[in-house]
Design a protein around this ligand. Structure first.
Ligand code: 4AD
Ligand code: MG
Length: 455
């Protein structure tokens, strides 16, 4: 007999004479003549309760069944006399698939701290909270593909190993086949030249926007930035749409539409898991997900944002001046205190942005935009791209970039260049927005951060 996932057992329309469920024991309680076993198989948040009458054989098995063990229970699905659940399993047999040593099994019935659970990242998906996080993560990834498929965007797989630094921030992990400490030159390395893990698929995906129109890439990206914050990891997933014949406003429109679509999709399809988080979130800082849906996002030019920050009485750690990059404290002030909703800041000084962003007529700012959301700060970073060859070349000179390294990128401006725009959304940050989880390490299966590579 095939097992029924607990999610389907709990939502059954009718009682069933025969059912087989398998899962991990959350609790076992023994009574006179029978035992209760609460089972979870990861398919949903709620456990199913099994009531098993004692026979000598069953008691022998039950004696070895503790929290964390995996079992198979066969029996019938019957209406539950207990409160809160419609169905329960009346078990007629139980098989112990995998014992869990009660002396050492680290997950107890009490609430464990997130910090402790991070140290057992391999077991934490067995808890209610992390089970929910990773179901939501999976659904969010699917929803992203649906969002783009419904809008006729093509999904492009951009390379993970690359020879160019898209963001120019020099935060790349090196990939090499040379032995550690080898004196051999880069020419003897696998590619015959230095190679790195990508920080962004943008330069590659731009080539496809200028061929297929609307495209996106969605994959892992890597940054060797040594920042130990609750919002940065060395390996994260990024969604990068790129649209031909589009400008900065189209770009901001797409980002807003996407955030709203994803929030609304998750509310409609994952209410049980979402409600678990809604209970914990600090509501004073978190606009309800419904507010994100209700209002248009604010859109403020960088120069105006700086003026707002300068005028406020609030004391910042970093002094505010035109030309600086906004720090998280500034970003959070804008969306949490000033506007109380997601905010786009756009037209940033060229000096703090990469070479590929389109120069504005003022010669000082570029067509860049960041979307800032409460509790997180930047969730999206994007721009209109510089499509004019002469302006792009001048900018590359200014930034001392080797044009030969970008010959293929420049070809797109040489042959049939066109206005285009795109952005990158941090997948984990989007998941933090939806769940209210405040540390990015807690929305990743096995987070990669400085000095930590346990799993
Ligand atoms: O703003 P960023 O650096 O933009 C780019 O890489 C562009 N090339 C994207 C594009 O236009 N196609 O990164 C984009 C987003 C950020 O807004 C943030 O959400 C996320 O990626 N991000 C990180 N997430 C987790 N950990 C890190 N270290 C991150 N760095 C960026
Ligand atoms: Mg950015």
């Amino acid at each position: 007999m095939k097992r029924t996932k607990i999610k389907y057992a709990l939502n059954a329309e009718n009682a069933l004479n025969d059912i087989l469920i398998k899962g991990w024991v959350r609790t076992k309680r023994d009574s006179k003549g029978f035992s209760f076993v609460e089972l979870n198989d990861g398919s949903c948040l709620t456990n199913i309760q099994a009531v098993i009458d004692h026979t000598p054989e069953i008691v022998e098995v039950l004696d070895k069944v503790g929290t964390g063990a995996s079992v198979a229970i066969a029996g019938s699905l019957v209406e539950s006399p207990g409160k809160g659940q419609k169905w329960e399993v009346r078990g007629t047999s139980i098989e112990l698939l995998g014992e869990a040593d009660q002396e050492t099994f680290p997950l107890q019935k009490k609430r464990h701290s997130d910090e402790f659970l991070r140290s057992i990242a391999h077991l934490r998906p067995r808890t209610n909270k992390y089970g929910a996080v990773f179901r939501l993560r999976s659904e969010l990834a699917q929803a992203i593909h649906r969002f783009f498929a419904e809008r006729d965007f093509f999904y492009i797989h951009t390379p993970i190993i690359t020879g160019s630094d898209c963001e120019g921030a020099g935060e790349m992990f090196r990939v090499t086949t040379l032995e550690p400490g080898s004196k051999e030159s880069a020419e003897s390395d696998f590619f015959g030249k230095p190679s790195q893990l990508t920080v962004s698929g943008q330069l590659s995906v731009e080539m496809f926007a200028l061929s297929l129109g609307d495209v996106y890439t969605f994959g892992p990206t890597f940054r060797a930035e040594n920042s130990n914050t609750p919002r940065h990891v060395a390996e994260f997933w990024m969604i990068e749409p790129e649209m031909a014949f589009a400008d900065l406003n189209d770009d901001m429109d797409l980002g807003e539409e996407m955030i709203k679509y994803l929030v609304s999709h998750m509310l409609d399809n994952c209410s049980e898991d979402i409600e678990l988080f809604a209970k914990w979130v600090d509501k004073s800082l978190m606009p309800t997900l419904e507010t994100i849906l209700a209002d248009p996002f604010e859109r403020v030019p960088y120069t105006e944002a700086i003026n707002i920050l300068k005028k406020t009485k609030k004391q910042f750690e970093y002094p505010v001046e035109w030309g600086m990059d906004l720090q998280t404290e500034h970003e959070r002030f804008l969306c949490e205190e000033k506007f109380k909703k997601p905010v786009y800041v756009y037209d940033y000084p060229k000096t703090i942005k990469p070479f590929y962003m389109r120069m504005n007529d003022d010669g000082k700012t570029v067509g860049a935009m960041d979307c800032l959301v409460p509790r997180i700060g930047e969730i999206i970073g994007g721009s209109q791209r510089e499509e004019r060859m002469d302006v792009l070349l001048a900018r590359m000179d200014e930034m001392r970039l080797e044009k030969e390294d970008y010959w293929w990128y420049l070809d797109s401006r040489r042959y049939g260049t066109a206005p285009h725009a795109g952005f990158g959304m941090g997948f984990e940050r989007m998941l933090m927005l939806i769940t209210g989880v405040s540390n990015i390490r807690d929305v990743m299966p096995f987070p990669r951060t400085p000095k930590s590579l346990e799993f």
